[in-house]
Design a binder for this molecule. Structure first.
Ligand code: WTA
Length: 645
């Protein structure tokens, strides 16, 4: 099954920007002389002051690690996403918003977007926000989330979007880490008809983030909220007072654009920092070529703006290209499991980009909910966030795309800013389950555990040499952590944290994280974060968390918990701990399994042997390896005997 190859159809090869020959030529050009390649492609963006040829690329992966692109250029991202389209596209729809409630949707033209973004930018200025300040955005999937992000870029503020599903504690940590003093939130969010108390969560978070001076609140559901006069400001009230025009701030190419927190293998989430020029060049270029976006296409990415996919491929890439981008507030199975396909028919979507976990969940419901819709408008399908198993790929292709639409399985990361390994629909023969080939300028290399570069067909750890303009520049406030996390394991190379296989045709098959990060439904969760939440409970002495294969989510969360003396395992306590983790981090970190562990397998120096814990969670006892070096080998027998209990 995995060996099936789906050739590029002749009409795709003809209509697409890039066919096979052009891919090869452009790829070759991008890797032999990257500076020249990107000097040319950087021009797709409007620059207030153009970069000079000598400033296109300045990269050193050694020592202190320096990554700069187009560094003497000056530009503004919101002007590139809005103003430059006004002459030709003022009345074209920029954003189609589809509500959680199928009766609610609206269209926002580029002219309207300009007005709203300018107003929000002026409102932020009125609240004291200046260039370089950090503004935290904690909003549901409503157009105001797009206005807020673009408004920050308009005035040179750095946004940090926090996913609306995160808990007050997670929000507080992120507020404190980047020293934000303004938050933009809403009264409530809506998901599958249920109300999410965003303003109340925010109020709770602010008790632990006293630096926040102003909260801009969008009225969305009209739900009741507590109000702190002087601090809280209604968006609709301030919007009525401020002017609808705001001059875009000229920004240096390397000025920070946004921070986005993501989980790593150790410690607390890190603030991935992206800068202005390189990011927008790369987001817009990948959006155009990977999705083969042409004028007039309706494009829909189902991600949340709280994740990088929402940043690059709901907002920045599409809008920089003058696209019509659909923003969806709801979930795939509400009111029923035809919802995605109904939305596609309703708005005549041509390009659809979603996550394998959604495909697998919908696949379980059978073909009927799909087949009762038309989907005739669809031309291209995309996948992102985790490996897509060939079975789900083939179902997506045959049932959703009626065997007519190519699938672009796009591999990338929060850190990479944009898509790095992907098919191009007019150029790349597809293999179900493979992210296929590198995008222009991207040079993957495979290394073994010792860092030796592997050639030809192989299995190993995925690294990248060379840089691409969308690469993250640093961890906000902690450059040493940036160096240590990505450039120390294999000196001179960026280490992705992913394992992969490269086949005899040079196709990449990403197998998943090789570090202590779990990918649950396409969301990254650090095992250390869940462990630290668990041990924060007064009844817990110790905890170790690993991932295990899960049919729908890709990976699930498996926690081994040792209780404090005097505490006793019970179903009730298990529920209490699950609820505790949800409260501490958010529902995405809900443990699927909690196993009571009288002891954890440790080396004599006290290091937890995660490899053994992973094997037990995977229900694979055949190869537990050498346990004789453990301080107490007996604990393994107990864990095996009581697996899942
Ligand atoms: C995984 C999401 C296989 C991978 C854009 C990566 C994938 C992590 C794919 C980044 C894919 C993402 N195939 N695995 N097409 N796309 N991943 O930062 O493990 O939320 O390292 O960025 O997701 O997740 P992040």
């Amino acid at each position: 099954m995995a060996d099936e190859v789906i050739a590029v159809s002749s009409d795709w090869a003809k209509r697409a920007y890039v066919d096979d020959a052009k891919y090869k030529a452009m790829y070759e050009a991008s890797t032999t002389d990257p500076a020249k390649f990107w000097e040319e492609h950087g021009k797709r963006i409007d620059w207030i002051k153009p970069y000079s040829p000598s400033a296109v690329r300045d990269v050193d992966y050694n020592g202190d690690v320096r990554i700069r692109w187009f560094h003497d250029g000056v530009l503004n991202v919101s002007a590139n996403c809005i103003d430059r389209h006004l002459a030709r596209r003022a009345d074209q729809t920029a954003i189609i918003w589809e509500g959680d409630d199928p009766a609610k949707s609206k269209k926002i033209t580029y002219r309207e977007l300009h007005g709203e973004v300018c107003r929000m930018a002026n409102a932020l200025k009125e609240l004291g926000v200046k260039k370089g300040d950090r503004v935290t955005i904690y909003l549901p999937m409503i157009p105001e989330a797009a206005y807020a992000m673009l408004a920050c870029t308009r005035i040179g503020a750095i946004h940090s979007v926090v996913f609306g599903g995160f808990s007050p504690d997670s929000l507080a940590n992120r507020l404190v880490d980047c020293d934000s003093n303004v938050v933009i939130t809403a009264d409530e969010g809506l998901r599958a008809g249920k109300h999410v108390p965003l303003k109340a969560n925010c109020d709770e978070a602010l008790k632990k983030a006293p630096g926040v001076k102003k909260v801009l609140v969008v009225k969305h559901t009209g739900g009741k909220v507590a109000w702190e006069a002087g601090r809280d400001v209604w968006w609709h009230e301030i919007a009525a007072k401020v002017p609808a025009d705001c001059k875009p701030e000229p920004m240096g190419a390397e000025d920070p654009l946004f921070i986005l927190y993501t989980s790593g293998s150790t410690g607390k989430p890190k603030g991935v920092l992206h800068t202005t020029g390189g990011y927008i060049v790369f987001a817009s270029m990948t959006h155009q070529y990977v999705f083969d976006y042409h004028d007039g296409d309706v494009y829909w990415c189902t991600a949340d703006v709280g994740w990088v996919t929402g940043h690059s491929y709901i907002l920045y890439g599409p809008l920089a290209n003058g696209a019509t981008t659909l923003m969806f507030e709801g979930v795939p199975n509400y009111p029923d499991s035809s919802r995605f396909w109904q939305v596609i028919d309703k708005h005549q979507v041509n390009i659809f980009y979603t996550a394998p976990t959604a495909i697998r969940a919908l696949m379980r419901e059978g073909e009927a909910p799909v087949k009762k819709t038309s989907r005739a408008s669809l031309r291209l399908l995309g996948s992102v966030g985790e490996p897509i198993n060939p079975e789900a790929w083939l179902w997506y292709h045959r049932v959703v795309g009626d065997s007519r639409c190519p699938i672009v399985d796009t591999w990338w990361q929060t850190e990479t800013g944009g898509i790095l390994i992907t098919p191009l629909p007019g150029a790349t023969a597809l293999k179900p389950g493979s992210a296929t080939k590198p995008f222009f300028g991207v040079q993957p290399v495979m290394v073994d555990a010792e860092g030796k570069e592997l050639q030809g067909a192989c299995t190993g750890n995925l690294c990248l040499v060379n840089s691409w303009p969308g690469q993250m520049r640093t961890v906000y406030g902690d450059h040493q952590r940036f160096i240590d996390t990505y450039f120390k394991t294999y000196p001179g190379k960026y280490f992705t944290g992913d394992g992969a296989r490269r086949d005899e045709d040079g196709y990449y098959w990403i197998t998943g994280r090789v570090d202590d990060v779990i990918n649950v439904s396409g969301h990254r969760i650090g095992t250390a974060e869940v462990e630290s939440a668990l041990v924060g409970n007064t009844k817990v002495a110790e905890a170790a968390v690993v991932g295990f294969p899960h049919d729908i989510k890709g990976q699930g969360i498996y926690a081994y918990v040792t209780l404090k003396a005097g505490e006793h395992p019970s179903e009730e306590l298990r529920k209490e701990l699950v609820a505790w983790v949800r409260k501490e981090i958010g529902p995405i970190a809900t443990p699927d399994v909690i196993q009571w562990a009288p002891g954890l397998p440790k080396t004599r120096s006290g290091k937890i042997m995660r490899r053994i814990l992973r094997k037990i969670a995977e229900n694979d006892f055949s190869n537990l390896g050498d346990t004789s070096t453990l301080a107490d080998p007996m604990v393994v027998d107990d864990l095996v005997k009581n697996r899942g209990k």
